[in-house]
Design a protein around this ligand. Structure first.
Ligand SMILES: Nc1ccn([C@@H]2O[C@H](COP(=O)(O)O)[C@@H](O)[C@H]2O)c(=O)n1
Ligand SMILES: C[C@@]1(CO)OP(=O)(O)OP(=O)(O)OC[C@H]1O
Length: 167
């Protein structure tokens, strides 16, 4: 347990995976990617980067996960943009008495090429979270389900610290 006077930062981990589906727009890292092949199947916009970031925030704060807060049984989140979910996740985490240090997310799959629009992605996600969000990519070198072009994965970490005022 962290000291109440000087609470230690808490790390969290989050992942998300969605399958590609023909006819869907591709939303990833808060951006729409045209001409990069099919989009991702999901109840919301299926933005794996934003969802992994939400999972990491909830994990860091000990507040469960995406499904607990935005379950598929809740029609208000149907089609929701990842950035909206990230803003709401950050609000919930802050309301529970935490400050958000940063979030780091890595896309696992060959497309979309994050490097082409990294600044844009980091800006829109950082604005959504109200804290710095960094985004990177790794291809898997053709291996596994991303290599077979079946779907896309993202992995995230987040750092939060309990607000001293609540300590
Ligand atoms: N979705 C992705 C995947 C990769 N990148 C960039 O390519 C580099 C090489 O990837 P490896 O998996 O072969 O290491 C990676 O370091 C990224 O710069 C990307 O932008 N988007
Ligand atoms: C976000 C939610 C809710 O719209 O639906 P999906 O877009 O399917 O995404 P998933 O990552 O499976 O997370 C949980 C759901 O609560």
């Amino acid at each position: 347990m962290a000291s109440e006077a000087y609470p230690l930062p808490q790390v969290g981990i989050g992942t998300d995976i969605h399958a590609f589906e023909e006819g869907r727009e591709l939303w990833c890292a808060g951006l729409k990617w045209d001409g990069e092949g099919p989009g991702l199947a999901g109840h919301s916009d299926a933005d794996v980067v934003a969802h992994a970031a939400c999972n990491a925030l909830f994990s860091a704060a000990g507040l469960g996960d995406l499904g607990q807060h935005f379950g598929t049984g809740r029609p208000e989140w149907s089609g929701a943009p990842g950035t909206v979910l990230l803003t709401e996740a950050a609000r919930i985490v802050r309301e529970a008495g935490f400050r958000i240090g940063n979030i780091a997310v890595q896309v696992v799959g060959p497309r979309p090429k994050i490097g082409k629009r990294r600044d844009e992605a980091q800006k829109i996600l950082s604005e959504a979270a109200g804290a710095p969000v960094s985004v990177s990519g790794a291809t898997t070198d053709g291996l596994g389900f991303p290599g077979r072009d079946e779907g896309l994965m993202a992995v995230a970490t987040a750092l939060v610290v309990r607000d001293g005022r609540d300590g």
